[in-house]
Structure formats: structure tokens, C-alpha cells
Design a protein around this ligand. Structure first.
Ligand SMILES: [Fe+2]
Ligand SMILES: [Fe+2]
Length: 202
């Protein structure tokens, strides 16, 4: 998968950036997380191309958002709180459940570590865990790609082939809510609202 990702990065003229993110991820994340990120990046790029073949900007941002989306996922809660404080957003994110914190800190970390600062990429990363109503195309692509990146590659490829973007997003939000209920965890209001906005439409 790493070879495929470097090929995509070359196509997008993002080889240098991709290599520095891959190197960082290789040194800082578990094997599971590293392969998840590569698979999410693969599908995020291909979803973007399928959504709009002409939009190079969407292709690049979908790829970069995916490469970065879980870069803080394995950090302790205090790491996220320190980053929020440094960027002056500690109040905005106080009280968020621990599993959601990485989606709020990854964009900030990308600014500090890779000098990647893009409001659309930030927004997409920020809602990749909870979902949100009226997500941008980019945010929906990352949300769906994150789901495809959680499956075995062949199952993910079949799901990609058989479902459009909104079906994949609905599938992810359903699975995510089911998982949270089974684990006796709370469900973020953004997730409920997002589910309600999609349910019954397909
Ligand atoms: Fe995540
Ligand atoms: Fe992820």
C-alpha cells in the first residue's frame, strides 16, 4: 500500500510532503494505525477522483486530509489539551469525549509539524470521527474513506465499487452509532444530527 500511496503522491506533486508525513507516522504510530492511514489515504484520493475527476484541488486536499487525520490518535489526553491551550482553543473543545479529541488536535498538530494550514482540510479532519450535518464534499470524502480504511482491503474495495459517497457515509454513521451503543458510550450530538440528516434518503 505504501508504494501505491507514493505513486498517488507523485501524481499530485505531493511526493515530498507525503514522504515526510509517512516518515513521521512510521516513527510515532502503531503498525495498525500506519496501515489504516495508508488505506484511508488510498480511498480518500479515489473517492475524490470519482466525485469530481477535474478538481485537482479536491484530489490533493482529500489525500492530505487522510494522510493527517489520525496523526495524534495514539497520544494521551493531556497531549491534546496542551495543544488546544497552545492554539487558544481549550474552551472550544473542553468536555469532548476522549475518542474525539484526536480529530480536533490533528489539524493543529499538522500546522505545527508539517506547516500544513488549510481551513478546508482542518474542517474535514475535525469532523472525521463524529460526522456533522452539511459537511463539505471534502469532509464527506474523508469521513467515508475513514470507514473504508477500517475494513480489510478487499472488502473495502468492494464497498467502494458498490456504494456512492452518501451511502458510504450512512454506513459509517450507522456502524459508529451501533458500536457506541454496544460499548455503552455516549453519542455526540453532531453524530445524531448527521444520522438524522441522512436516514431515509437512500
Ligand atoms: Fe480518527
Ligand atoms: Fe482513522
Amino acid at each position: 500500500m505504501k508504494g501505491k500511496i507514493i505513486e498517488i503522491a507523485k501524481t499530485l506533486s505531493l511526493e515530498e510532503t507525503a514522504l515526510s508525513i509517512i516518515e513521521f507516522n512510521e516513527q510515532n504510530l502503531s503498525d495498525y494505525r500506519k496501515s489504516h492511514i495508508l488505506q484511508v489515504s488510498y480511498f480518500s484520493y479515489h473517492l475524490a477522483v470519482r466525485e469530481n475527476q477535474e478538481n485537482d484541488d479536491l484530489h490533493k486536499k482529500s489525500f492530505l486530509a487522510a494522510m493527517l487525520h489520525d496523526c495524534t490518535k495514539e497520544r494521551k489526553p493531556q497531549f491534546h489539551y496542551d495543544l488546544f491551550k497552545k492554539h487558544g482553543v481549550e474552551e472550544k473543545y473542553s468536555g469532548f469525549p476522549v475518542p474525539v479529541l484526536h480529530s480536533k488536535s490533528a489539524g493543529l498538530f499538522a500546522q505545527d509539524q508539517f506547516s500544513i494550514r488549510d481551513p478546508e482540510i482542518d474542517e474535514a479532519i475535525s469532523c472525521h470521527t463524529t460526522g456533522k450535518i452539511d459537511m463539505s464534499d471534502l469532509a464527506q470524502i474523508l469521513y467515508a474513506a475513514d470507514y473504508l480504511g477500517s475494513l480489510e482491503f478487499e472488502a473495502a474495495q468492494s464497498s467502494f465499487n458498490e456504494n456512492d459517497l452518501s451511502s458510504l457515509c450512512l454506513e459509517k454513521v450507522k456502524k459508529s452509532m451501533t458500536h457506541l451503543v454496544k460499548a455503552n458510550h455516549t453519542i455526540h450530538p453532531d453524530t445524531f444530527e448527521y444520522y438524522n440528516s441522512l436516514a431515509g434518503k437512500s
